[in-house]
Design a protein around this ligand. Structure first.
Ligand SMILES: Cc1ncc(COP(=O)(O)O)c(C=O)c1O
Length: 372
């Protein structure tokens, strides 16, 4: 059987990882400033994470959501303490798209409305309504094009107001920092106005922190830099350091009803063990502070490189924009400098390293950039 060939693959096969480094099948080491696409939050094969996963799978990997799962309660307590939303409710799923699907569905249940506002350059996933909120017609199949989503230019508060005034909007969805769209940070002013607008009109504000959350920006969620609160926050990627998991936290104003949401695998014992270990490591190793410090250094140093147009980002979510396409440069970094990076669009190299990237590793990253 052949694989369904939908990924344009990099010519590398990764065999093992430790901290911020990975090794390919030939034993070649790479510095991982991509984190498997912002997924490796606390570092590859962190010993505390490995121990938690090993012990849990040896005891019980999975049992259904039809029974009490104390691991979910433990995770909710830990998350409530660290994320700044202790009074919110947690619902666990398996991926980012699934978290956004459930968030949008919940907003529709709660408001009784069916229109959603999303922004230009947004990426919210590839399933049903999540893909319709994503600003990429190439990945929206006719069946996803249901007419529920209105797209508004990024940060245009007046257009948002016009649409909300029509009275049929259930939710506004936006990323804490746009990732796929090119590392675009919303201004605090826009976020504060949007928050007020949603509150005044009974519209739910959903903030997708799937890429920008979990400490990556230096705060637990990127929107917290603007001092606002969302009604629903979605997360995934770094939540269990590579074990598939997604989640949303929900305002206490939305009351749960039995059967309203559900999933077979979401919040299973093994995922919860990984997620609890991740939160402990983030706290114990002060990884948010590290992301702030090391991210600032990287942005300062990379913006000095002669051919760079602009460096944007917060913490360890960084976009390095060039005047020309970066496809060759990224490949050159990977093959000749053994530095893993991501891309956004055509001209931006995206850095999404594990949050434990040390100052020394950041210097190493800058040196590898300098050598191309
Ligand atoms: C901001 C954002 N939302 C949603 C998703 C979708 O997450 P998943 O691929 O886990 O469905 C992604 C994935 O890159 C993302 O970056």
């Amino acid at each position: 059987m052949e694989l369904f060939d939908v990924y344009p693959l990099l010519p590398v096969s990764i065999d093992r990882g430790l901290g911020c480094h990975v090794w390919d099948v030939n034993g070649q080491e790479y510095l991982d400033c991509y984190g498997g696409h912002a997924v490796i939050s606390v570092g590859h094969s962190h010993p505390k994470y490995v121990k938690a996963m090993q012990e849990q799978v040896a005891k019980l990997g999975f049992y259904s959501n039809a029974v009490i799962n104390p691991m979910q309660k433990k995770l909710a307590e830990k998350l409530g303490l660290i994320c700044g939303y202790p009074d919110y409710q947690l619902f666990l799923v398996n991926s980012g798209a699934e978290a956004n699907e459930n968030a949008l569905k919940l907003a529709s249940f709660h408001t009784g409305k069916s229109r959603v506002i999303a922004f230009t350059k947004a990426f919210h996933g590839r399933t049903s309504l999540a893909v319709e909120t994503t600003d990429n017609p190439k990945i929206v199949a006719p069946i996803n094009d249901s007419g529920h989503v209105t797209r508004i230019p990024w940060e245009n508060i007046d257009r948002t107001k016009q649409e909300i005034n029509k009275g049929d909007v259930a939710a506004v969805i936006m990323e804490g920092i746009q990732g796929v769209g090119g590392i675009n940070i919303p201004s605090s002013n826009f976020l504060q106005e949007l928050r007020q607008l949603c509150t005044d009109n009974g519209v739910l504000l959903i903030i997708d922190e799937i890429q920008s959350g979990y400490g990556r920006s230096g705060r637990f969620y990127a929107h917290q830099h603007a001092g606002i609160k969302a009604d629903i926050v979605t997360m995934a990627k770094g939540i269990a350091n590579g074990f598939p998991m997604g989640a949303m936290i929900i305002t206490p104003e939305i009351k749960p009803i039995y059967g309203m949401l559900g999933t077979t695998f979401g919040g299973n014992h093994l995922a919860c063990a990984g997620a609890c270990a991740v939160l402990d490591i983030i706290r114990e190793e002060k990884l948010m502070q590290n992301a702030t410090r090391v991210g600032q250094y990287l942005r300062d140093e990379l913006s000095k490189l002669p051919e760079v147009k602009e460096v944007r980002g917060l913490g360890l979510m960084i976009g390095v924009e060039y005047h020309e396409p970066v496809k060759e440069k990224r490949l050159n970094l990977l093959i000749n400098q053994h530095l893993f990076t991501g891309v956004s669009g055509t001209n931006i190299i995206r850095l999404l390293p594990p949050l434990c990237l040390s100052m020394h590793e950041a210097q190493d990253c800058v040196n590898r950039f300098k050598r191309v």
